[in-house]
Ligand binder design. Structure first.
Ligand code: HEM
Length: 533
């Protein structure tokens, strides 16, 4: 490996990545990026499973992908641009018994997103993600996903548009939320290309109240495509909100014609235009958030992302680091790359000592060692496990990706920061466990920090069920640390608390002043013994 690296350097083939790469690891949005891009393969979050295939449904008349899209709209619909309140804030969870939110869609969507709900993935972000995944997986465009939404703690105002209301009312409702007539037409048409109207929910529209009755908006209800517009324009549409016998209920008919069909003609013109118009308006829809929320830039797959699975003292003289590197790649490159890490010691080795800081990684093999996303993203995983002497320890690492066939190298240094590892607080996962509901978290904390009187605590996410919503709530509780034995430069600190089963999939931080180990999962705790160190 070193020979190749040297040869490449001599050939002037070293590429430094531009320092403009915005992403700096770790980020509080890492979790949402994982949920967006890791859909299948070696490591998968599998969010797409809820809508794959696009016909997927909990019962024959329902269609999950359509429900996810409708949920995002209803949650957003009551936004008040003037006051900056409402919008996509998951307040829909408190509003499912309102007649304007009739149907199974909302609790159906939330019961799925609940699986991914955490301190780093709000219900509102998950609703936005759900819409992006549903559309992206069912033939539609890649809608940019920004994150950072916060969840409402109570229901918002009434006002979701309903089919019996007149055009003027609909125009006013959309205008209140910040959308003009053309926006309204595009948003409704892009929303009404999948799914349909249910007999049991809107029998006055379908004129058939049978539970199994559903009338679709267009003839390709499981595809995100422009048929909703072409069929409307060529007069073949069966859209129940256009051709209902009771014209009062034909809200799509009034809305689609509101600008003399100009917007509908543009949407119908070709698939590319339809996708681009829908992507624009639906991105604006999910980005309609309370004015107190600042959203990130759209998430893009991160080229090289480390995952640390364990960073702990293994004995008095060594710290072990286990983890993986996720490298974005292509079919052409996937078998022609290797990844090496160079670690940065925290202290220089003694005068006569040498330190080999090169860490080789091993390509993952399960599922070909690759993961994929719904927009064609491909990632290759490289595993590593190495020990560093406590005398020098580690404060971070850089990564080098080598094209094996050419020797060409690309260096990744986390936008100039190096990928940081702070050995001040080490989560001793092997010494931590949960027996019944009693959890024990053990940390090794640098002696200097403990001796300075810095308290060491766990900030634990406790999940609990709340009345009036199927989305659980999360509250952070503090578990105080008890100082124990000293091992070299570290002191062991034990934090204990009770965890009901509803909290067995939550996360915690270990905090010692400014030093933290963040977002550690509790789900593995129950299957471990608290091993003696
Ligand atoms: C004036 C505005 C709108 C009105 C009056 C309206 C009305 C309706 C009605 C009555 C249904 C049938 C629900 C059921 O039977 O379960 C429906 C379904 C649906 N709506 Fe809308 N809608 C509007 C705008 C939108 C927008 C802007 C979107 C998304 C961007 C959207 C997405 C959907 C979807 C995906 C379904 C199908 C749900 C399923 O099949 O379960 N709607 N809409």
């Amino acid at each position: 490996m070193k020979v190749i690296a040297l040869a490449a350097a001599q050939m002037g083939m070293l590429n430094m990545l531009p320092a403009t790469a915005e992403y700096v690891w770790p980020s509080i949005h890492d979790r949402m990026e994982d949920l967006l891009v890791l859909q299948g393969g070696y490591i998968r979050e599998g969010f797409v499973d809820g809508v794959a295939p696009c016909t997927r449904s909990p019962s024959p008349e329902r269609q999950t992908a359509a429900e996810w899209i409708r949920t995002a709209f209803h949650d957003m619909a009551t936004y008040d641009k003037a006051t900056g309140t409402g919008g996509l804030d998951a307040s829909i969870q408190f509003e499912t018994d309102r007649s304007e939110n009739a149907g199974d869609a909302f609790n159906g969507t939330l019961s799925f997103t609940n699986n991914y709900f955490s301190v780093r993935s709000s219900s509102a972000d998950l609703i936005a993600l759900a819409m992006v995944v549903a559309i992206g997986n069912c033939g539609g465009p890649k809608i940019p996903l920004r994150v950072g939404r916060k969840d409402a703690t109570e229901g918002g105002v009434l006002g979701v548009p309903e089919p019996q209301q007149d055009l003027e009312t609909h125009k006013q409702k959309f205008a209140k939320a910040g959308f003009n007539t053309e926006d309204m037409i595009a948003m409704v048409a892009c929303g009404h290309t999948m799914g349909g109207v249910h007999g049991k929910t809107f029998p006055e529209i379908t004129e058939n109240s049978n539970v199994s009755n559903v009338v679709h908006f267009d003839s390709s209800e499981t595809n995100f495509d422009r048929k909703v517009a072409t069929e409307y324009l060529d007069g073949t549409t069966q859209n129940p909100l256009v051709v209902a016998n009771n014209d009062t209920l034909n809200s799509d008919k009034r809305i689609f014609a509101a600008d003399n069909n100009v917007t509908m003609k543009a949407l119908a013109s070709d698939e590319k235009t339809f996708n681009s118009m829908c992507s624009d308006i639906l991105a604006r829809m999910i980005d309609t958030v309370p004015s107190t929320v600042t959203l990130t830039e759209p998430l893009e797959p991160i080229s090289l992302k480390p995952y640390i699975t364990s960073f702990a003292l293994t004995n008095a003289s060594h710290i072990t680091v286990n983890g993986r590197i996720r490298l974005q790649t292509t079919l052409e490159r996937v078998s022609d790359e290797s990844v090496t890490l160079t670690y940065i010691p925290r202290s220089e080795p003694g005068a006569n000592a040498t330190l080999d800081t090169t860490i080789t990684t091993i390509p993952g093999t399960f599922q070909g060692g690759t993961s994929g996303g719904i927009f064609g993203e491909m990632f290759k995983w490289y595993e590593f496990s190495f020990a560093v002497p406590t005398s020098t320890s580690i404060k971070g690492f850089n990564a080098t990706v080598t094209r094996v066939s050419t020797g060409e190298q690309t260096h990744y240094d986390n936008a100039g920061h190096g990928y940081p590892l702070d050995d001040t607080v080490l989560y001793q996962d092997a010494q931590s466990c949960r027996v019944d509901n009693d959890a024990t978290i053990v940390a090794a904390v640098r002696k200097s920090v403990v001796d300075a009187g810095t308290p060491v605590n766990v900030s634990m996410a406790r999940m609990y069920n709340k009345q009036g919503t199927i989305v659980p709530a999360i509250e952070m509780e503090e578990w105080k640390g008890e100082v124990g034995k000293t091992v070299g430069d570290w002191v062991f600190v034990t934090m204990k608390g009770t965890q009901e089963p509803v909290s067995w999939g939550t996360h915690f931080d270990i905090v010692a002043g400014a030093h933290k180990v963040e977002y550690q999962g509790t789900n593995g705790l129950g299957s471990k013994q608290c091993a003696e160190f």
